[in-house]
Design a protein around this ligand. Structure first.
Ligand SMILES: [Zn+2]
Length: 398
């Protein structure tokens, strides 16, 4: 998932047998888990999203002083932060790690698929060699793919390794541009021709409100049993049930929307333009679109599915810094101010437009300015109603 090249990612899970003693690898996994936990505990206390830079500043030195290598440290704080982020969205409680598992960056291992061996670089300059056990056919598929990360796990008395492979995909030349704006209530997408004409505008509802309802249930239970909820079986089960519902609703939606959007993009031979959510976080401002209780995880999940489905269909996917996309006038470039519910008005030229549609137009323009093969012209489209529901659409298609 790293780097700018569009790529498909898949994991290959294999049994792994250390040559020699298990102890060193177990020590490493314990050290790693405890390091993740300590970062989780500290990030949990800081009630806001943290940029990579900030995470680095806060945790890098401490982690390295434990004997972890540079890239171990990076993996630890990034992983810890993502755990906190999704826990805040899913169930609300501070994650407590029990399992022994570690993510290892490609700088910290050597994989030999011919010899079926793996050498892992551990803490304090230790190394361990593992024999990988799987069928030839399963490995064959990944010839020609590159790998960039793995997860090593200890479970039921044995070690398992999941290697993440990626294959770059060469996207076809786009004939149109589809820009997608994610919001609490809706996902708005617009398809533009390369010379700036709007040819398709669609709006999907999101299940954010349903997810929020589940979250509120969880919070109520936790408020009623602030200390004991984790230890009373029935109460804990209730919390887990709501958490599970959140996961089901969000994955179900993300998969269906991803599929639907990618099919539409394929029909129009679109380059798919998404907001760069990491930039959104770095831009720092509290964004009204993102409900604080829910955070960014659900938007990430939607984007993950859209991106994956689009790339699988050979379409170009581009992420654009969303800074200013919902505050810049599409007619004169002036600053837009709110003028009622989700409506924006330009103080300079009087332009009035729908917030989400304005954002898709600005995303499209940003894309075009980076990819100057297309021209730009003015568009001030009206907004469609939020009546398109991906769930019902998907139902009709099958
Ligand atoms: Zn204006």
């Amino acid at each position: 998932m790293r780097g700018e090249e569009p790529a498909l990612v898949e994991a290959l899970k294999m049994r792994a047998l250390p040559e020699g003693s298990y102890d060193r690898l177990l020590d490493f996994l314990r050290l790693y888990r405890d390091a993740v936990q300590s970062v989780v505990d500290r990030v949990w206390g800081i009630n806001e999203g943290l940029s990579k830079k900030r995470l680095h500043r806060l945790f890098y030195d401490d982690l390295v002083s434990l004997g972890l290598r540079a890239h171990h440290a990076k993996e630890v704080y990034v992983y810890a932060e993502s755990l906190v982020d999704s826990a805040r969205g899913n169930g609300g409680r501070r994650p407590v790690l029990r399992r022994l598992s570690a993510r290892v960056d490609r700088y910290d291992y050597r994989l030999d698929l011919d010899g079926m061996t793996l050498t892992l670089k551990l803490h304090s300059n230790y190394e361990v060699r593992l024999k990988l056990v799987t069928s030839k056919e399963r490995v064959e598929k990944f010839r020609g793919w590159s790998n960039y990360e793995l997860v090593v796990k200890y479970d039921k008395g044995g070690f398992w390794v999941s290697v993440y492979f990626k294959r770059s995909v060469k996207p076809s030349k786009p004939g149109t541009v589809m820009s997608i704006d994610l919001n609490f209530d809706n996902v708005t997408l617009a398809v533009f021709t390369l010379d700036g004409k709007l040819i398709r505008l669609k709006r999907f509802k999101t299940p954010h409100r349903r997810i929020l309802t589940q979250r509120i249930w969880i919070e109520r239970i936790q408020e009623r049993y602030p200390r004991s909820w984790r230890y009373i079986r029935g109460v804990r089960r209730a919390v887990e049930r709501h958490g599970k519902r959140i996961r089901n609703i969000s994955w179900d939606y993300a998969h269906k929307l991803g599929d639907l959007v990618a099919e539409l993009a394929l029909k129009h031979h679109s380059a798919v333009v998404l907001e760069d959510l990491e930039k959104l976080r770095e831009n720092g401002k509290k964004n009204k679109r993102f409900n604080k209780r829910l955070g960014l995880w659900f938007y990430r999940r939607i984007q993950f599915c859209v991106e994956y489905e689009a790339m699988e269909r050979g379409l170009e996917v581009v992420k654009i810094n969303p800074r200013g996309t919902s505050s810049k006038c599409t007619r004169c470039g002036g600053k837009l101010v709110e003028d009622g519910h989700r409506v924006l008005r330009c103080r300079k030229c009087g332009f009035v437009g729908d917030r989400d549609v304005t954002a898709t137009v600005n995303l499209y323009r940003k894309y075009v300015s980076k990819h100057p093969r297309c021209g730009v012209s003015g568009v001030a489209p009206n907004a469609p109603k939020a009546d398109a529901d991906p769930r019902s659409d998907a139902g009709e298609r099958r």
